[in-house]
Design a protein around this ligand. Sequence first.
Ligand code: 5GP
Ligand code: ZN
Length: 140
Amino acid sequence: MSSAPDCIFCKIIAGEIPCFKLFEDERTLSFMDINPFNDGHCLVITKAHYPDLFAASADDLAAVARTTQTVAAAVNSAMRPEGLNIVQANGPAAGQSVFHYHCHVFPRRLDDEAMLNWGHNPGDMTRIEANHQKILAALG
Ligand code: 5GP
Ligand code: ZN
């Protein structure tokens, strides 16, 4: 499987950097975002390194879609948001900061006023861990 030496997500896949893992299968990995916009914000990534949507294989994109549905259902059940966006930032102007293909599971509140380029503010690790446990419980 392809990986890139300086890629933070490849390091998470390799276990060199820790994460709050939610779900894993042959092609995908899901974990909590460390700069969450809202409670329960998490990511679904390909295990293979692709810089963006254009580079990703169709089979891996399909696998990300399947995992996203599973994880989003758990986030919905655990966090009870008023909506969810599935967001993929493709390219710098779209707000992509990690060039390893991924989708955000982005819980929404009616009054959160989220913008598409929502910025990265460090999260409270205790809170992220508590949300991780709730979503893991919902995954069953
Ligand atoms: P992008 O900006 O490319 O759409 O999304 C990248 C996401 O990865 C950001 O929301 C950012 O908070 C998250 N992120 C960056 N580095 C790490 C990390 O080391 N661990 C985790 N869990 N998330 C990260
Ligand atoms: Zn990578």
